[in-house]
Design a protein around this ligand. Structure first.
Ligand code: F6P
Length: 539
């Protein structure tokens, strides 16, 4: 048995013993014992404040968790990622999204190529292109300026840009409208094109591979819609692409002069920092986009340089692991109390579950513990009137990350205070529960069982001063690194997504069958029955 194996086994045994105690703790009691608990279990980094005091931890928990992280070589593996080693081992690629947000003067060379220069070159091209659209210099085929930008992409080529445009709504240039077309469902393209004019619309076809079925079908529909008014010669004025696959872009009919490249070392779910962020840059301007990058870089530096015990992504990763491992929590709620962050939980679903929804380790063995929980969520206060009942009185423990801004982008102070009051109230109610009557004349009386909230339910509170390009960058980088930390603890490759591929292959097989172009392949009885039913409906 190797030293590192026995050290990890010892760290896990110590944690398992500690968890047996922690499972008995009551959070209100922990606060009563330690008046410094809020100060002790909170920290500030890269414009974000994290209060993690409402967790099932005491002063010994974090050192024990950090010991496990060290035994898993977290620091070495983090440095390998930043250093450009092929950490995505099944595809033999680095995962260098952090390089996309590094300062221009930070030179980075890999295998004789100065990647940092390539990154800066593409940022300059984004700058020029976005500026031409924003200034009205980019003219459509009838000489009119662009008013509407449609990003056609899916997964990482959609979620990140759509989330960032929603989050940075107050920064979007007046008169510019951004649209996101992702689903292959024809209702989606109908809804997007309904109010648009081909004369003033610019399509950004965003696809790392440029082979994704949904994106190519939507782009073909958009092209046909455009050609109903414009000419083939005018396509270059209305279609640009962002991809790593210049050949496929050219074959599709987009001039590669109008293509912004990126690289195979940028994973789809981490690509908003690359030229995939073009629609964001057009919306908010390149200066703000660069600030978004520098916010993420500030979090990168914190992740790289801060001791693990005070390292925000490390702490979030360890806490999530703690609940998954010892508290049987199968899901994790992201609850932004900020309407402009409504797409943030959706983006995090891909960041987290596509990264860590894995069942084998890097060496190919089956993992021996549960991996990625279900990530879900939506904005508060709306969620309070939908699923929060289950958080308070259901049978499952669901750790929650509340996210809020101290200062809003509007001046309706009373509304903002009401929002924050609800946010803090939910976290307090989850932890404190409700056992005794408070009604005048009944104070202290036991509540009937159906009114009891058991409490003792954990949450984190993430506060930023204001939702702005810099804080959004830092917030997103925080969660990217949290997913990385957990991937290291589970010893899995967080950078591939082979599970998604099978569905793509089968859909490509079934499509011609539904169109009567090929006869049925052998399918299971249910799939064959469903295909036949659709074919019969057509006759
Ligand atoms: O969902 C699978 C996936 O490969 C994602 O990782 C990626 O973000 C998405 O599809 C879109 O891929 P592409 O940018 O190549 O069209």
């Amino acid at each position: 048995m190797s030293d590192s194996y026995s050290q990890k086994t010892a760290a896990l045994t110590a944690l398992a013993n500690h968890a047996q105690l922690a499972q008995q703790w009551q959070l209100p009691g922990l606060f009563a014992q330690d008046t410094q608990r809020f100060r002790r279990f909170s920290l500030e980094a890269a414009g974000l404040f994290l209060d993690y005091s409402k967790n099932h931890i005491d002063v010994t928990t974090i050192p024990l968790l950090v010991e496990l992280a060290r035994c898993c070589d977290l620091e070495k593996r983090r440095n390998a990622m930043f250093g450009g080693e092929p950490v995505n081992i099944t595809e033999q690629r680095p995962a260098l999204h952090t390089l996309l947000r590094a300062p221009a003067e930070q030179r980075f060379e890999l295998h004789g190529e100065v990647l940092s220069d390539q990154v800066q070159h593409v940022l300059e091209r984004m700058d020029r292109l976005s500026q031409r659209v924003r200034s009205g210099d980019w003219l459509g085929f009838t000489g009119k300026a662009i008013t509407d930008v449609v990003n056609i992409g899916i997964g990482g080529s959609d979620l990140g840009p759509a989330m960032a445009c929603a989050a940075l709504r107050p920064y979007i240039q007046q008169g510019l409208r951004l649209h996101f077309l992702s689903n292959v469902d024809g209702h989606a393209v109908d809804a997007v094109l309904a109010d648009l004019s081909p004369e003033t619309t610019l399509f950004v076809v965003a696809s790392k591979s440029f082979t994704t079925q949904e994106t190519l079908i939507n782009a073909q529909v958009a092209r046909a819609w455009f050609l109903s008014k414009g000419h083939t010669n005018d396509l270059a004025k209305h279609f640009v692409a962002v991809s790593t696959n210049a050949q496929a872009v050219a074959e599709f009919g987009i001039d590669t002069e109008n293509m912004l490249p990126f690289w195979d070392w940028v994973g789809g779910r981490y690509s908003v920092w690359s030229a995939i962020g073009l629609s964001v840059a057009i919306a908010i301007g390149m200066k703000n986009f660069r600030t978004f990058l520098s916010g993420a870089h500030a979090m990168d530096l914190h992740f790289l340089e801060c001791p693990l015990e005070q390292n925000m992504p490390v702490l979030l990763g360890l806490l999530g692991w703690w609940y998954r491992q010892y508290f049987n929590s199968t899901s994790h709620l992201i609850a932004p109390y900020h309407e402009d962050l409504r797409l943030f939980p959706l983006h995090l679903q891909q960041v987290d579950m596509e990264s860590n929804g894995k069942r084998v380790t890097i060496s190919g063995a089956l993992v021996d513990s549960p991996t990625a929980p279900v990530i879900w969520g939506s904005t508060g206060t709306n969620g309070q009137h939908a699923y929060f009942q289950m958080l308070h009185q259901g049978t499952d423990l669901v750790p929650v990350d509340f996210i809020a801004a101290a200062t809003p982008a509007h001046d309706r102070t009373h509304q903002h205070h009401a929002l924050l009051a609800n946010c803090f109230a939910q976290a307090e109610a989850l932890m404190m529960g409700h056992q005794a009557d408070e009604r005048p004349g009944h104070e202290g009386e036991a509540l009937p069982p159906f009114r009891v909230l058991p409490g003792n339910r954990p949450s984190n509170m993430l506060l930023m001063d204001k939702l702005a390009p810099e804080t959004l960058g830092s917030l997103l980088a925080l969660y990217e690194h949290k997913a990385f930390v957990q991937g290291v603890l589970w010893d899995i490759n967080s950078f591939d997504q082979w599970g998604v591929e099978r569905g793509k292959t089968l859909a490509a097989r079934i499509l011609p069958e539904l169109e009567g172009k090929t006869s049925s392949h052998s399918h299971d009885g249910s799939t064959a029955g469903l295909i036949t039913r659709i074919l019969q409906k057509k006759h």
